[in-house]
Design a protein around this ligand. Structure first.
Ligand SMILES: Nc1ncnc2c1ncn2[C@@H]1O[C@H](COP(=O)(O)OP(=O)(O)O)[C@@H](O)[C@H]1O
Ligand SMILES: O=P(O)(O)O[C@H]1O[C@H](CO)[C@@H](O[C@H]2O[C@H](CO)[C@@H](O)[C@H](O)[C@H]2O)[C@H](O)[C@H]1O
Length: 534
């Protein structure tokens, strides 16, 4: 007997009545994971997903359309799993039902239906879980789902802890339902899967994923999306490829890196050792990514600077409070542009590669097994193509430097050295591990690498900063990966690059805070000011 295909996909709003869609229009913008400001945004049904043998679970994939949003293949698509159950009476007790993820009760052509958020509903969890690991249990007696719970907090997606899930190295899983669906392979699936395959244990081990079936309807903007295309997967039409969820091993006794750093900051306790270890893990991550996914192209200054400038322009357009910094950002980017062009004109190659892309302390878990890095989907507010493009590893370094600054602010460290010490330690951990890997590849001892000795206690942040990403003579792995050509970056350009990437990140954060947590906007705003005046 052949197994029932677990995931079916239909075009448009199949299985979803207009009443349910209207209910969603009101509910969606109130969700933390809703990716854009809601004003003027409409939700257009793109595809509907159902799971073989599970009657009540319907997943709406909705395209967001409206001011400032891209159309066609670039459009933002959100995933809305629903549990739809026929019901006789409206729910009576609102408080109780809110707890259970009730979205509402509506009367449709086929009767009265209760609509629940599938992100918090065990029946939907079971559907995703069995699609990720086919051939497992029935919902009623699924031992793997015992004790399952959604994690709460400020998440861009919806993650569910499965404490009882058995696997090769123990017990416990994390099911992550991706709320923003990327057309094509999703980096939060592809990257952990590649790193797990390569044997790198700095990520939670990848166990499985849920993907649209290969013979489903076309991508937005293709023939499969047109109104007269009833026949899903019609000849000549490119089926849409998209991941919906990812399952990974649960990291036990894990502490969120941001909470950990804030707790240290609140006690003014030295975070140096943890930061040093994290720096080393991030350096190893970059090596593992390069090895697992291959080197990227060389940086092309005009294109690279064009992206930085466009992102800054978007931030200035979104947040009026940034206006006083426009000239400073332009001047910083002009200096970097001049230096980068000189490097490249002089025959230097600045190699790019796959990076994390949105690295901050909340993406790192501290556990008895050391730091684990999570969440490879890139900055959720950016277009997918931009998020997955090869980039400079220094972008991740800048992200963590910013995050340590957030931890100092949120944890209210009173010692002004707390943050600089943590940042220097992080940079040193990164640099030391980078030199060790480089030396191993060259067959020399780490001390012989050109990166120089560790800065003495008290040496400044600027010095430590300028050592990271700077030229290390001849055989740096990034260089050999990029080909036989010369330089990475000289010390001055590396420092300028890190400052520019820090500003780029802080501008992104200002927009993020403006949209989601205005009370924290002062944190990145102060950073923009500080970096520009340093
Ligand atoms: N494999 C895992 N083991 C333990 N905790 C995890 C695991 N994956 C994620 N988490 C926890 O869930 C939180 C959210 O995960 P993350 O992948 O960052 O989702 P989001 O994209 O929604 O922010 C993390 O901050 C971490 O605390
Ligand atoms: O984790 P996500 O993928 O949802 O990332 C988004 O949300 C983050 C906040 O949860 C946000 O990070 C910013 O705030 C953090 C403290 O909460 C801080 O440590 C980070 O440095 C700062 O960037 C992230 O930018 C956003 O993409």
């Amino acid at each position: 007997m052949s197994p029932v295909p677990p995931v079916h996909v239909s075009p448009g709003a199949a299985h979803l009545s207009p009443e349910v869609l209207r209910l969603l229009d009101k509910w969606l913008p109130q969700q933390r994971w809703y990716p854009v400001p809601a004003e003027g945004v409409t939700h257009e049904p793109w595809l509907t997903v159902t799971f073989g043998g599970v009657a009540d679970v319907v997943v709406a994939l909705l395209r967001l359309a409206g001011p400032g949003l891209a159309a066609g293949d670039e459009s933002l698509v959100i995933q809305v799993p629903l549990v739809l159950t026929p019901t006789a009476e409206p729910e009576a007790d609102t408080a109780e039902t809110e707890e259970a993820g009730l979205i509402g009760t509506v009367t449709t052509a086929s009767g009265r239906v209760t609509v629940h958020d599938g992100g918090v509903h065990p029946v939907a969890w079971h559907a995703y879980f069995t699609a990720a690991l086919p051939g497992t249990c029935e919902p009623e007696d699924c031992a793997e789902l015992a004790g399952a719970r959604r994690i709460s907090g400020e998440q861009s997606n919806t993650s569910v802890v499965l404490p009882a899930l058995p696997h090769a190295t123990g017990r416990g899983g994390m099911l992550k339902i991706l709320r923003t669906v990327a057309l094509g392979p999703h980096p939060d699936v592809v990257i952990p899967a590649a790193l797990t395959r390569a044997g790198w244990d700095g990520v939670p081990r990848y166990l499985g994923s849920v993907e649209l079936p290969a013979d489903g309807p076309g991508a937005p903007g293709t023939a499969g999306d047109s109104e007269d295309s009833e026949d899903s997967g019609a000849a000549g039409e490119a089926p849409a490829r998209a991941h919906l969820a990812v399952l990974s091993e649960l990291v036990h006794e894990a502490t969120d890196g941001f909470e950990l750093a804030c707790a240290y900051a609140a006690r003014d306790e030295d975070f140096g050792e943890r930061a040093l270890e994290l720096g080393a893990v991030v350096a190893h991550l970059h090596t593992a990514l390069r090895e697992a996914l291959g080197p990227g192209p060389a940086l092309e200054p005009a294109g690279f600077m064009g992206v930085l400038r466009r992102r800054a322009a978007e931030a200035f357009a979104d947040v009026p409070a940034l206006a006083p910094h426009r000239a400073g950002v332009t001047a910083l980017y002009d200096s970097l542009s001049t230096r980068l062009s000189a490097v490249v004109d002089g025959g230097g190659v600045v190699a790019m590669q796959a990076i994390h892309g949105d690295l901050h302390l909340g993406q790192a878990l501290w556990s008895p097994g050391g730091w684990k890095v999570l969440d490879f989907e890139g900055e959720p507010q950016r277009p997918v193509a931009e998020r997955t493009a090869p980039d400079l590893p220094l972008r991740d370094v800048a992200g963590l430097l910013r995050s340590l600054d957030y931890a100092a602010a949120v944890g209210r460290a009173t010692d002004p050295q707390w943050v600089s010490h943590a940042q220097i330690s992080f940079l040193e951990g990164y640099r030391e591990a980078q030199s060790r890997v480089g030396a191993e590849e060259r067959g020399t001892r780490p001390e012989q690498s050109a990166a120089g000795p560790r800065p003495e206690e008290g040496e400044g942040y600027r010095e430590a900063q300028s050592r990271v990403g700077a030229e290390e003579r001849g055989t740096h792995p990034e260089r050999s990966a990029a080909g036989p050509h010369g330089t990475v970056l000289d010390v001055g350009t590396a420092e300028l690059m890190l400052r520019a990437l820090t500003v780029d990140k802080a501008l992104y954060e200002v927009v993020y805070e403006f949209r989601h947590r205005p009370a924290w906007m002062h944190i990145p705003l102060a950073a923009v000011e500080r970096v520009l005046s340093s």
